[in-house]
Structures are given as structure tokens and as C-alpha cells.
Design a protein around this ligand. Sequence first.
Ligand code: APR
Ligand code: PHB
Length: 406
Amino acid sequence: MGGISAPGGARTRTQVLIIGGGPSGLLLSQLLDLAGIDTVVLERRSRAHVLSRIRAGVLEQGTADLLRRAGAGGRMDKEGLVHDGVEIAFGEERLRIDLAGLTGGSTVMVYGQTEVTADLYAARDARAGVVIDQAEDVALFGLEGEAPHATFRRDGLTHRIDCDFIAGCDGFHGVSRRSIPADRLAGFELVYPFGWLGMLADVPPVSDELIYASGPRGFALCSMRSPTRSRYYIQCASDEEVSNWSDDRFWEALADHLPADVAAGLETGPAIEKSVAPLRSYVCETMRHGRLFLAGDAAHIVPPTGAKGLNLAASDIHYLSQALIDWYGREGRGGGEEAALVAYPQRALARVWKAERFSWWMTTLLHDLPERGAFGRRLQQAEFDYLKASRAARAALAENYVGLAY
Ligand code: APR
Ligand code: PHB
């Protein structure tokens, strides 16, 4: 852990205080540091816990570029897998989406978010960045004035840090969004009546490219972390218990969800991890409240279909870091103009809503939606047939999948 928190030795002031040491908070801290802006990151959990979380694994080109710019792209460029296509399977039919061909050469990078987070921690350590983990009971104060501060407990002591700005990068369940008065918060939510059951296993992936599959039993995804490590998902009830799923039961169900020719090629093996994630779409349009700025999962959630969560966090951080760098640059020249900071929510939300739309669209195209009945299934079939028949439809999918420009 970089720095902290011996009694009396704790930092008491920074320029930008960042709540949350996930990918959003670490990336922001790194980009601001590279621009000469001082930050402290407060993370509720231990570093080991943060680095044990398994999340999605597809980086848009813009995200990969941002990680390189942050000096955290070295291992990704060595170990990440560049994919120039992705497959959609509908029943027994398979359709390849030629990402590169349909977008003028754009690709995605398959590289786990866990690795991204580890690389960002390493980058912060290399620059002696202050990341305080196990910071409990973080509370935010003075957000509507010019001198906000936060308090937290660590090792039984209460600490206080004063700052110019607070960046709320503490995920969907964090304290930052909850610190905005309810009557000032504009939130929009859609909860899906199902989840994903995921499993990680050291077996070669069934295919070189990701396969998003929709069949009579619902959705499945064949993804990977490396040529020897696979990540698979199947649609499940949102309150499904992982303990009901033996490895054998998972593999059988996965095979049942895939086209027969794909299922025939599955290599099975013991699970390293299994987990259930509910699916949700959520946007908090109040991405700024006074001197508090929300970014990443603290401000919005997408269902994982399309892998936009981490990528949206990255574009938020791009916009927010630019706005803060602009503010400090002008302050140095006697300015301290707030225009870029005030514009941050609008700039970020324009991209957020498009990614929300795409994630919702891919989710409703591919999942079993019992409430829509046979009519809904016919619509999904028509949507798939349209993708097959229309280059324009495939190009729209590809353009969104590789990530809209920012
Ligand atoms: N105080 C301090 N830290 C907190 C608090 C709190 N009250 N609440 C949560 N945190 C920490 C969490 O422990 C976590 O490490 O904030 C971090 C938020 O990280 P993420 O949830 O990973 O969110 P974010 O960094 O925005 O990453 C974007 O993209 O693929 C998606 O959901 C996926 O995590 C991913 C996200
Ligand atoms: C993953 O590899 O975990 C993954 C890939 C693509 C998605 C979601 C998750 O859309």
C-alpha cells in the first residue's frame, strides 16, 4: 500500500480526493498525477479483496489507449488478446460480426478487469501514489461550498482530509451518490428479471472469438481470459444460489444453451470461480453536486451484455480528468474557470445513454424474456434475421461494440 495512516502521520490535505480504489478511482488518480495534480484515494476494502474480484474482460480501443496514456498498458499489450470479430448465435445459427471490417479497422482487447486493476495499482505504486485501503465509514462534507472534506476510520482512529474536489468513484453501492440530497438526485433504473451465472475455468476457450448465444433456454456467453483460461456465463434467476451449481451441472447447462456444433467442442474442467450477478440498467444524471463528481459505477450501471461497464468508466474518467486538468491549469493562471467542470455531466451522459441503449438492446435481443411471450421471441428472431441480411445493421452493432468515439 502506498503511504498512510500512522496516527499523526496521515495526510490532511490533497487537491482531489478520490473515493473508491476500483478501476475508475485508480485511473483518475494516475491521470491527474501525471498532470501534476495531487490526489489521495480512499478504498473501503483491502487491496487483496479488490484484486480478487472477477469482472468483465473486453476493452474498447479507447479504453486501451487511455490505459497506455496512463502508463498502465504494458502488460495489456503483451498479454491481451486483440479480437477483430465476435459471434452472435441464435438457436443453431451463427453469425460473425466482422468488427474490424465493419468499422474501418477497430478492434477490442480481451483482457480481464482484474488485470487492469492490478496494473493500475502497480502504476500508482511506481509513482508513490497514496491509496489508503481499509478506509471505513467514509463520510463527505461541505460539497456545496469551496472547501469540501471527508472523514474516515482506519485502525480505530478517525481521520480527516480536506480537498478542492471529491471524485465519487466508489461503485454502485458507495457513499458518494448517497451523499447527494435525494431531492437533487435524478436517477433512472431498469431491473431485469434475471441474472448471469458465471464460471471461470482453466480450459481452452471453445472458440477463438467470443460467442453471444441465444436459445430456447435463454442466453449464454463464451468468453475467455487467455488461450488456456475460459470465462462462461448462462442466464439464471436473479436470486439464483451459486451453491446449487456443481461444476457438472454448469457444464451440462452451458452445453444446452449453445448451438450443437459449439457445444460439441466444449472442453470442461474444474471451476476456479462461480458467481451470480443480477442485471440492471441505471443512470444517475446528477453526476455533479457542487464539488462532488460521480464517475463509473457510482453514476451508472449497464447489464454486462456488450461489456460496457468498465469502458464507460474509462470515458467518464477521460472527461473528468480533462475537466479537472483544465480547472487547475486556469487556476495557475489566475483563472480557476468552472466551465469545463460544469460541462462534465453533459459530456459524460451523452456517451453513457448511448451505451445504456446498446447494452439494453443486446440484452433484450439475446435473453429469454418470458414476460414478452411468443411475440417477443418472434421479434428477437426478426432482429437476428435483420442482422444477417443487413450490413448496416451489423455495422451499427460493430460500431457500438468497439466503442463510440470520445
Ligand atoms: N468508501 C470507499 N470505497 C468504497 C466505498 C466507500 N463507502 N464503497 C465502495 N467502495 C469501493 C469498492 O470497494 C470498490 O473497490 O469503490 C470501488 C468501486 O469500484 P468498482 O465497483 O469496480 O467501480 P468502478 O471503479 O467505477 O469500475 C467500473 O465497470 O465492468 C464494470 O462493474 C464493473 O467494476 C466495474 C466497473
Ligand atoms: C467476460 O469475459 O467476462 C465478458 C465478456 C463480454 C461481456 C461480458 C463479460 O459482454
